[in-house]
Design a protein around this ligand. Structure first.
Ligand SMILES: NC(=O)c1ccc[n+]([C@@H]2O[C@H](COP(=O)([O-])OP(=O)(O)OC[C@H]3O[C@@H](n4cnc5c(N)ncnc54)[C@H](O)[C@@H]3O)[C@@H](O)[C@H]2O)c1
Length: 320
């Protein structure tokens, strides 16, 4: 693989592009309008800074605690070389408005446009006739299944999910999920590509909303929140129960503050819209949860500007 195309230059599209370019691939971001270029370029500028800052931290006495596996392995970290890769990535990423030019000669295209079914279908329909035969096509969708879109791609056997986590230079998982028409060759090639861009590739052998991480994380977060909204205990005690009882570094409310309260609210709504996010047993278990109380709490926090770590206060207060 040589040429990597990312469709969409939002939060995740820009990160995937930067990471692939950092790992030496020839990267193009396809964008639908001039306005999108104006919104994407600052994201790439910020990513350059995030990578440089991360490399600086990795090269400091706190390096181990701040290690970014997407940037380098602990045993072979050469800060100067990493910084060189950052500059090469930064100057190498191409922004392209012409879909045909972007798709020409693409080895892999990763769709990372907004999480909207109609927009994604329209995108696949426009792209299908423009791709060379060799192109692998992936979706980074967090909640939608690739089988929803395979028939619009013109190449169901080369179409699957490649799902990244936010801050991919640190949180370097790539969940690779096939739909029933995906060929084994395509699946294996995407696993190899994910490893090549320094991700830890995680195979998901059956279609599942929420993949691996969110299938476990979301019920866990709601279980903690349900204890709080029903007055069973307070956030700090619930977090301690989880951390001290299991040795985990963070409890549910500390995680909510990192994820952000607006996103947490969207996830609570999504749970009600997409029942497949949970296995039948979990769904049954969560049926009595007080989602109404959770949404009221989130709405109150949002109205008060308590959006989590990013605003200095969520469930906890943070010093600047
Ligand atoms: N944000 C996350 O933490 C995260 C994590 C993993 C996966 N994802 C997934 O990545 C995808 C993109 O999410 P994001 O957070 O980067 O969103 P975003 O809103 O930041 O970016 C969306 C991008 O899609 C473009 N876009 C919007 N409508 C379009 C259309 N009709 N045609 C073409 N392009 C269009 C926008 O211009 C923008 O570049 C979604 O499928 C989401 O589920 C997001």
């Amino acid at each position: 693989m040589k040429k990597v195309v990312i469709a969409g230059g939002g939060v995740l599209g820009s990160q995937i592009a930067f990471q692939a370019a950092y790992c030496g691939f020839d990267v193009t971001i396809w964008l639908r309008s001039q306005g999108s270029i104006g919104r994407t370029q600052p994201k790439i500028d910020n990513l350059r800074k995030s990578y440089i800052d991360a490399i600086g931290l990795m090269d400091s006495p706190q390096g181990e605690a701040n290690w970014c596996r997407g940037i380098a392995d602990a045993g072979s970290f050469e800060p100067a070389k990493c910084l060189e890769q950052v500059e090469k990535a930064y100057s190498g990423i191409k922004l392209e408005l012409d879909m045909a030019a972007a798709a020409a000669d693409a080895d892999i295209i990763i769709e990372s446009v907004a999480e909207n079914v109609k927009d994604k279908i329209a995108f696949y329909q426009a792209l299908a006739p423009l791709m060379p035969e060799k192109t692998l096509l992936c979706t980074n969708s967090s909640t939608l299944l690739p089988s929803n879109f395979a028939k619009y791609t013109g190449r169901p056997e080369k179409y699957l999910s490649l799902h990244f986590a936010n801050s991919i230079w640190k949180n370097n998982t790539a969940e690779v999920m096939a739909q029933d028409k995906t060929s084994k060759d395509a699946f294996d090639a995407v696993i190899a590509f994910a490893n090549d861009i320094r991700m830890v590739a995680l195979p998901v052998n059956k279609e599942k909303n929420g993949y691996l991480l969110n299938s476990m994380l979301v019920p866990f977060l709601f279980s903690g929140l349900d204890l709080y909204v029903n007055g069973v205990s307070d956030p700090a005690s619930i977090d301690k129960a989880w951390k001290y009882g299991t040795g985990a570094p963070r409890g549910p409310f500390e995680i909510f503050d990192v994820v952000g309260i607006t996103t947490a609210r969207n996830i609570a709504l999504q749970y009600q819209k997409v029942p497949g996010l949970f296995t039948p047993i979990l769904r049954k278990m969560m049926m009595p949860y007080n989602f109404k109380g959770m949404l009221q709490l989130f709405d109150k926090m949002i109205a008060e500007g308590k959006l989590g770590r990013s605003t200095g206060e969520g469930f906890y207060k943070y010093s600047k």
